[in-house]
Design a binder for this molecule. Structure first.
Ligand SMILES: *Cc1c(COP(=O)(O)O)cnc(C)c1O
Length: 240
C-alpha cells in the first residue's frame, strides 16, 4: 500500500536526468525554441512546423517524461516495436499522434494502418496497393507521405525524384489514395539544404502541402526550406 506520508507525489518526484544533465522537458523546450527561432529567421509562419519526437529504441519509461512535458506527436521506424510500446501509452494519454517513419513491408500494411496516424514511407506500387486495400477495409485514413530518394542512393528506400510526380499520380488515380506530402532522408555525407530544396520543389510541382524532412542534425535547415514535419530523435532522447 502507498503511504501518503512517505511516498513522494508525482509533483515531488524529480524528473529523470539524462547524461547531458537536462530533463526531457528541458530538451523538448530547447528544440521547440530552436524551431520557433528558425521559423522566425526564415519568415515562415509561426507554428507551421510539427515536431515529431522519434522514440525508436527507447522504452515507455523514457517516453513518458516527454508526454508529461506536453509532446503528443511521436515517430517510430518499426511496426512491431511500436505495437509493443504504444497501445499502453495511448490508453493513458488521449491525443497521441503516431507516425511511421521507417520502411514498411507490404505484409505489415494492415497493422500499420491500424496503429499509425501517418505513414512517411510510401515508396513503391505494392505498398500503395496494400495501403489502399487496408484503408478501405478499416475505414481509416492515415496521412500518407511518399518517400523520395533525393540522393539516388542505391541502398536507400524512396522513389527516384524524376518518377515522383508519376508515382503520386498513380497513388491518387489508380489507388484512390490521398497523398499528404513528401518525405526524404538526405545522404549522410551531403549538405542537406539542396536535398530539402529539391523535395520542396517537387512538392510544389506535385501539389502536396506537407514536407517531412530534417532530423536532429539539420532540422533548422529543413525549416528554412519549408518543412511541415521535422523528425527529431537523439536531440530529444539522447544517443541510441
Ligand atoms: C531515426 C530517424 C530519425 C531521427 O534521427 P535523429 O538523428 O536521431 O534525430 C528521423 N527520421 C528517420 C527516418 C529515422 O529513422
Amino acid at each position: 500500500m502507498i503511504d501518503p506520508l512517505t511516498e513522494p507525489t508525482a509533483a515531488e518526484t524529480p524528473a529523470p536526468i539524462a547524461a547531458d544533465g537536462k530533463t526531457a522537458g528541458e530538451r523538448l523546450a530547447a528544440i521547440r525554441h530552436r524551431i520557433a527561432r528558425a521559423e522566425k529567421i526564415h519568415h515562415r509562419p509561426a507554428g507551421v512546423t510539427t515536431l515529431i519526437a522519434v522514440s525508436k529504441t527507447f522504452e515507455a519509461e523514457d517516453i513518458a517524461p516527454l508526454i508529461a512535458a506536453g509532446q503528443r506527436v511521436f515517430g517510430e521506424n518499426r511496426v512491431q516495436e511500436a505495437k509493443a510500446k504504444w497501445p499502453a501509452l495511448m490508453a493513458t494519454t488521449p491525443g497521441i499522434e503516431l507516425h511511421l517513419i521507417g520502411p514498411l513491408q507490404s505484409n505489415k500494411a494492415r497493422e500499420a494502418v491500424e496503429l499509425f496516424d501517418a505513414i512517411h514511407s510510401v515508396d513503391r506500387e505494392k505498398i500503395a496497393v496494400e495501403l489502399a486495400r487496408e484503408c478501405e477495409r478499416q475505414g481509416r485514413r492515415p496521412k500518407l507521405f511518399v518517400q523520395v530518394n533525393t540522393g539516388l542512393e542505391p541502398q536507400k528506400a524512396g522513389i527516384d525524384p524524376r518518377e515522383a510526380a508519376a508515382f503520386v499520380a498513380r497513388c491518387r488515380g489508380e489507388h484512390g489514395l490521398t497523398i499528404a506530402g513528401l518525405m526524404c532522408i538526405p545522404p549522410a555525407e551531403d549538405a542537406p539544404g539542396p536535398h530539402f530544396a529539391l523535395l520542396a520543389k517537387l512538392g510544389r510541382e506535385i501539389g502536396v502541402e506537407a514536407l517531412s524532412m530534417g532530423m536532429s542534425a539539420d532540422f533548422e535547415t529543413a525549416v528554412q526550406f519549408g518543412a511541415s514535419h521535422v523528425r527529431v530523435g537523439s536531440a530529444l532522447f539522447g544517443h541510441r
